[in-house]
Structure formats: C-alpha cells, structure tokens
Design a protein around this ligand. Structure first.
Ligand code: PHE
Length: 448
C-alpha cells in the first residue's frame, strides 16, 4: 500500500504548526504565565524552547523521515530487533491518553463558542460566571455531547487522509486562526490601561520565579511543541526527502512561540485594563475573560471571535493526536484507515466520558488522590511525555548516532547545518538530563 504524504511544504508547516498550536498556547500558557509572575517565566520558557525544544523537534523529524513509518514502526526500522520501538509506543500511548482529556476541554470550548455566538454568554452577570462554568463542566450531559462532536469532526478529517484531510484543513484553519488572533491583539493593546498588561508580559521580575516554575516552563515547552508523543515523528514520515528539516523545525517552533506570546498579548492587556486578576489559573479564559469582555465595547463580538480562535487551535491539535494513533494501528495491524479511525475514536470517546464526569458525578472518585482527569493528565503530560523525550534524545545520541542523524538533517550533505556539535551535546547530555529532572520532580522522587 502506498503511503500518503504531504503535498506541499506549506501543508506540512500548517499541519505541524496546527498540532503545536493548541490549548497549550491559548489556554495554558497565559494562565501559567499569570501564576508564575509574567515576563521572567516567559524568558525561561523561551530558553527551554530554544535549547531543548527545538533540537528535540528536529530529532523527531529525523526519526520519522528516516523511518518512513508511524512512531513505532520508524523505531523498529531504524533499530531492528531492539526494544527501541517502546520509545515510539510511549508516544502513541500518551497521544491516546491525552486525546481522552483534551477532547473534554475542547468540548467546553465548543460549548462556549455556541453560547458566545448566540449571545448567551455575554448576558451572564460577572458574579455568576464562576457558577455558570462549574454548572457546565459538572453536567453529565452537555459536555459529553460536545466532546463527541469534537471527536467526530476530528475523525472525519483524519479519515480523509494526510493530503486531503490533515493538510487541507490545516491550510484553511491556520490562516483564519492567525487573522482572528491579530484582530484580538489589536483590540486588546488599544484599550486604555493596556500597558500594565504588556509590562506584566515583557518586563521581567525574577523574584517571582521559583524552581517549580522553571520545571513547569520546560514541561510546557514539550507539551506546547507536541513533543514526546510521536506526533512530529509521524508527520516527519510524510515529509518529502528534499525538504529542509532544520528550517521546518525552526519555523514550527517560531510559529508556536509567537502564537503563545500573542495569546498573552490578547489576554493580559485586557485583563489589566479592566482590573481583573491575572493569576486565576485554569479558569482564566472561562471565568475571568468573559467578565472582561462584558466590560468591553462590542464585547460579545470579540468574545465570539476569541472562543472560535481557541476552538480552531484545539481542533488542529486533536487531528494530529488522533493521526498518531491511527497511523500506528493502520500500519502495524494492517487495518484500513477508516476502520481504525472509527474504532479508535469510539474507544477514546468512551474513556473521555469518564474524564468529563470526573468534574461532576465522579468528582469524589479518586485514584492516588487524583480524579480520573487529573490522573490521566499527570500520567501523560508529566510522565509519558518526559519519558518519550528522554528516549528520543538517547536514541539519536547513542543508538542511531549523531552522524546518521546529521546525514538525515543535511539531506545527505546537500544542505548546510552549522550546529552539529551543539546538537550532539543537547541530545547526548543536556536534554536527557534536564528532562529526567522534570520527570523525577513530577513523580515526587526529587523535590525542588
Ligand atoms: N501542542 C498542543 C498544544 O499546545 C497540545 C498537544 C498535545 C497537541 C499533544 C498534540 C498532542 O495545545
């Protein structure tokens, strides 16, 4: 069976950037920045992105394009007879788990889109917004329906394949996302009092930075760039042999970081202009922001745009997550794409119901002191992602070998790459050690 592939360079970029740019950029990055005191945290985040995130992204592209298969198959092909495929399997597994709860949050977002566009959200009194949100997430019905819709749209696009599905829709959705983001950023920075928000974002106060904050920055760099879960490996396997991988990794990284910063520029100037708290955590966009929009002229319109923006960001990410699992199952078990997608989506949907209910009827059901949702999030984003990241860097550093990686990176010597030595230091030492520290800290084996 001939493998599908991306049709154009722009298509790969749109799809990979679409995966990277997601709830992590627009929902999580702003709120963890708020909790960790602003600019100093951003600076640390940028350093993590450049010295660890970018080289690991390049490494994942290398494994995928050299292996020409899904995340597991690529490792099997590059290290036959050795257990390194487990590195890919960790990725597939974390993708699978992440989708079961990512879909829950995406479902809330889609509900907010509907309620914003129909003008219901803007009518809620600011004091009632917290209850309004908790009523939604604890309900046993509505979030699950919306979750199902999100997963169905995702499945529909993945079934269509790489060129006619993932690439086609990413190329439509990503420019829309960018335009909406620019409109919202302009609106936000032109509000009176906006500069306090910009200062919060761009003038660092290092006293608010903690060791835990630094680890959070590195962990988030991973999540935000979609690393450690086989996504970039899978997309890498659909990339043409003549493409310039370092340029591509750099462009995706820049796009992801730019959008996260822009999300901050949309959110904080508005939050500060109307005197709301920047450190309200995960509910920042669901509770604080609707109150902010209520104060703003034409707030209902901007609010709708904002939730559509996050909805798009979430969807291009769910597509990539599902693609990893589908690519694995179709290639390793020789099942058709359509069958694999439908089956996997159903299983993911069923598990996602438990995740959703853990905000309502199952909120008292705890394993190791965590709700199901928190447990899944912990296992996937704190344990598996980091494990995948360590394994991929060790694989390049010590199994495939930096020489072979550089051969792939330079397309067999055809393109220049001046950072070979730095790359080697990162994959052999810097990345595995620093990611291991995050992992030990997250699992409580090392306390910072
Ligand atoms: N990178 C995406 C984001 O920032 C999240 C994501 C996680 C995407 C896992 C794909 C897989 O939201």
């Amino acid at each position: 069976m001939k493998r599908d592939s991306f049709g154009s360079r722009l298509g790969v970029l749109a799809a990979a950037a679409g995966s990277a740019i997601g709830l992590g950029n627009i929902w999580k990055f702003p709120y963890i920045t708020g909790e960790n005191g602003g600019a100093a945290f951003i600076l640390i985040y940028l350093i993590c992105i450049i010295i660890i995130g970018l080289p690991i992204m390049l490494s994942e592209f290398v494994v995928g394009r050299r292996g020409q298969l899904n995340a597991v198959g690529s490792f099997k092909k590059l290290a036959p007879g050795k257990p390194w495929w487990i590195a890919g399997f960790v990725g597939v597994l974390s993708s699978f788990i992440i989708l079961t709860y990512y879909a829950v949050i995406a479902g809330w977002i889609f509900t907010y889109i509907i309620r914003a566009v129909t003008g219901q959200l803007i009518q809620v009194a600011p004091d009632n917004l917290a209850t309004y949100f908790s009523d939604l997430i604890s309900s046993p019905f509505e979030p699950i329906v919306l979750q199902f819709i999100v997963l169905s749209i995702t499945a529909f696009i993945v079934i269509a394949g790489i060129k006619d599905g993932v690439e086609k829709y990413s190329k439509i959705l990503m420019p829309i996302l960018l335009v909406i983001l620019i409109i919202l950023a302009i609106r936000s920075v032109t509000l009176e009092g906006a500069n306090k928000g910009l200062e919060f974002l761009f003038s660092p106060d290092f006293s608010s930075l903690t060791a835990a904050g630094i680890l959070e920055a590195l962990g988030h760099a991973f999540f935000s760039l979609s690393l450690g879960m086989g996504i970039i490996i899978t997309y890498g396997s659909y990339i043409n042999k003549n493409e310039n991988l370092p340029t591509m990794a750099l462009q995706v990284t820049i796009a992801d970081t730019f959008i996260a910063l822009m999300a901050g520029v949309v959110i904080f100037p508005a939050v500060f202009a109307y005197d709301f708290a920047a450190d309200s955590g995960p509910s920042l966009i669901f509770i604080t922001l609707p109150a902010v929009f209520k104060e703003m002229p034409l707030g209902g319109f901007f609010e709708s745009l904002f939730f559509i923006l996050i909805g798009i960001a979430a969807l291009t990410s769910t597509i990539s997550i599902l693609e990893v699992v589908v690519a694995y199952v179709t290639e390793e078990f020789e099942i058709s794409r359509k069958k694999a997608t439908v089956l996997l989506t159903l299983i993911i949907f069923i598990i996602s119901i438990a995740n959703s209910l853990s905000f309502g009827v199952l909120s008292e059901f705890k394993i190791f002191g965590k709700t199901i949702f928190d447990l899944f999030d912990f296992i996937a984003s704190n344990v598996l992602l980091a494990t995948g990241g360590i394994l991929i860097s060790l694989f390049i550093g010590y199994v495939l070998g930096v020489d072979k990686a550089l051969d792939e990176i330079t397309n067999g010597g055809k393109i220049k790459f001046r950072y070979g030595k730095a790359y080697e230091i990162v994959v052999k030492y810097l990345a595995p050690i620093s990611i291991a520290i995050i992992l030990l800290n997250a699992t409580g084996l090392l306390a910072v």
